[in-house]
Ligand binder design. Structure first.
Ligand SMILES: *[C@@H]1O[C@H](CO)[C@@H](O)[C@H](O)[C@H]1NC(C)=O
Ligand SMILES: *[C@@H]1O[C@H](CO)[C@@H](O)[C@H](O)[C@H]1NC(C)=O
Ligand SMILES: *[C@@H]1O[C@H](CO)[C@@H](O)[C@H](O)[C@H]1NC(C)=O
Ligand SMILES: *[C@@H]1O[C@H](CO)[C@@H](O)[C@H](O)[C@H]1NC(C)=O
Ligand SMILES: *[C@@H]1O[C@H](CO)[C@@H](O)[C@H](O)[C@H]1NC(C)=O
Length: 467
């Protein structure tokens, strides 16, 4: 009897538990709402753009809750999920991929009770626009007669079923037919992302634009770039100094009506060649130094890749400004920093001088320059560096040589950096040699002996003649 009662009670309890579970799985919680974020224009969603959507669960729903975003066609898995602990809408950011051009729903599940909600009303993503293709001219600035490439790229890698078409027209516009003319197009294969047109031996200015067509889920979308002009330039160079002067300063070239700086690129190993050509074009003599002053680099043209044999900067191909990292290119040509002058103190300066062993000699080296900057003067003997001193232009640097002067050919030169890489030509050369005349007593004795000898000879002659 007792046993039977127990069985019945168990059955009732078990049934009750089963009924509760059944009710739970049937009575889904109130649905959340799903909408586009306010800044999304649903009728202008661009391919591969970020599309934020907002899922809001009812205030009465208990937290924490898992909030999910699913394709309406496949709610058994979530595309994006978020665990919500506070009362707040959830923003999911979708990428407008071709396969996401479909309906989405959101839903939530209370973590503690495992209760699940109904699905929100669906929202549809329709892709109806493209970002503009990217266009670039390489190099952006080029001299008359050089070649350039107009390049058109998809805004992101991974576009499929895409065709890029290039159009051009001649500038300046004349009355008549000014429309862009078709140049060519390219159907991008998987892995390709751009098309390019190269023009050589350029003389005229063309304006280019690029049109992109993407075939997407059965229809064609189009966008086009803004036009860019490819204008051959004369590219004269000038140096812009801090003080008056024309043979040193930051190098600029004129592009259209603007003077734009050349940039110094540390990893570029032919900057010296560029500096050489700058000095040559300006008739400023050989280059003495080049460096960066690290100034802000606004509007740079780029870096000419010169071999050093060109007569003008415009003969050097210009590398893109993308590689500029070090500020403007500052150049010092020898007209601005001519070789110094070496002289002797308290003596007539000649190209050679004799000194006695115990004598000292004072050498003076002086350089003149319009660049009012410290520089280094180095004294050399027979081409080897002896001493270096730091000084300003116009100041006399002296060295006193004594304790037996070492014979040799002395000269000096100027360099702008302590660890010299580039330098002026050497000054005039002064040869210094030791000559010790014999002592005065010995000379007198020699002279007397000679005179006596002459007298005896004369007497002998007179004696012979009279005989
Ligand atoms: C949304 O995009 C369409 C198509 O580009 C445009 O006509 C419309 O003005 C845009 N609406 C808003 C609110 O920006
Ligand atoms: C739903 O998505 C899951 C996970 O991505 C996938 O395994 C499943 O095949 C999809 N079901 C349908 C009907 O597409
Ligand atoms: C201009 O030339 C293009 C191609 O050469 C042509 O398609 C277009 O009809 C012309 N437009 C006019 C106004 O002549
Ligand atoms: C690309 O084109 C092919 C053939 O026309 C088509 O089967 C495929 O669905 C297209 N892809 C997209 C993303 O539209
Ligand atoms: C500079 O030109 C030389 C050939 O003259 C070339 O080998 C080198 O790659 C060029 N450097 C750059 C950075 O363009």
């Amino acid at each position: 009897m007792g046993l039977h009662k127990l069985t019945v009670m168990c059955s009732v309890l078990c049934l009750a538990a089963f009924a509760v579970q059944l009710a739970e799985s049937q009575e889904l919680l109130q649905a959340p709402t799903l909408r586009f974020a306010v800044d999304v224009n649903q009728s202008a969603v661009k391919l591969y753009s970020a599309v934020p959507v907002v899922c809001t669960i009812p205030d009465t729903a208990r937290r924490p809750a898992e909030v999910h975003l699913s394709l309406a066609a496949n709610t058994s898995s979530a595309v994006l999920s978020f665990t919500l602990t506070i009362q707040s809408p959830v923003i999911f950011t979708l990428n407008a991929r071709p396969d996401f051009e479909t309906a989405f729903v959101c839903w939530y599940r209370i973590i503690r009770t495992k209760e699940q909600s109904q699905f929100s009303e669906p929202i549809n993503i329709v892709i109806s626009a493209l970002s503009d293709p990217l266009v670039v001219l390489i190099p952006p600035v080029f001299p008359v007669g050089a070649k350039y490439t107009f390049q058109c790229e998809t805004p992101l890698i991974g576009y499929t079923n895409t065709t890029l078409s290039v159009y051009d027209r001649l500038l300046p516009l004349r009355s008549g037919n000014n429309s862009f003319k078709y140049v060519g197009s390219r159907v991008l294969n998987p892995g390709e992302w751009g098309a390019a047109i190269t023009r050589t031996n350029t003389g005229e200015t063309y304006e280019f634009l690029c049109e992109m067509e993407v075939f997407l889920n059965g229809r064609a979308l189009r966008s086009r770039s803004k036009p860019i002009a490819a204008m051959p330039e004369e590219l004269p160079v000038r140096l812009v100094p801090k003080d008056p002067g024309t043979c040193y300063g930051d190098a600029y070239v004129r592009v259209r009506d603007d003077w734009r700086p050349l940039c110094f690129v540390s990893k570029f190993d032919n900057t010296l060649n560029t500096a050489k050509v700058v000095c040559k074009e300006l008739g400023c003599g050989p280059v003495v130094d080049y460096r960066t002053l690290g100034g802000a680099l606004y509007n740079s043209v780029g870096t000419p890749n010169c071999t050093g044999n060109e007569k003008k900067i415009s003969e050097c191909p210009i590398s893109s400004e993308r590689s500029c990292d070090q500020g403007t290119l500052n150049v010092i040509c020898s007209e601005a920093l001519p070789p110094p002058t070496l002289s002797l103190s308290e003596r007539d300066t000649a190209s050679w001088v004799y000194v006695r062993t115990e004598e000292s000699v004072t050498l003076e080296c002086i350089f003149q320059s319009s660049i009012h900057e410290f520089a280094y003067i180095t004294l050399t003997r027979d081409g080897n560096d002896l001493y270096t001193r730091r000084t300003l232009p116009g100041s006399r640097v002296t060295w006193i040589l004594h304790n037996t002067v070492t014979e040799g050919k002395y000269a000096c030169y100027v360099h702008t950096r302590e660890f010299k890489v580039y330098r002026t030509e050497s000054s005039n050369v002064i040869g210094i040699y030791i000559y010790d005349p014999p002592p005065a007593g010995a000379v007198a004795a020699g002279v007397i002996t000679t005179i006596i000898g002459v007298i005896i000879l004369a007497l002998l002659c007179i004696y012979r003649t009279s005989e």
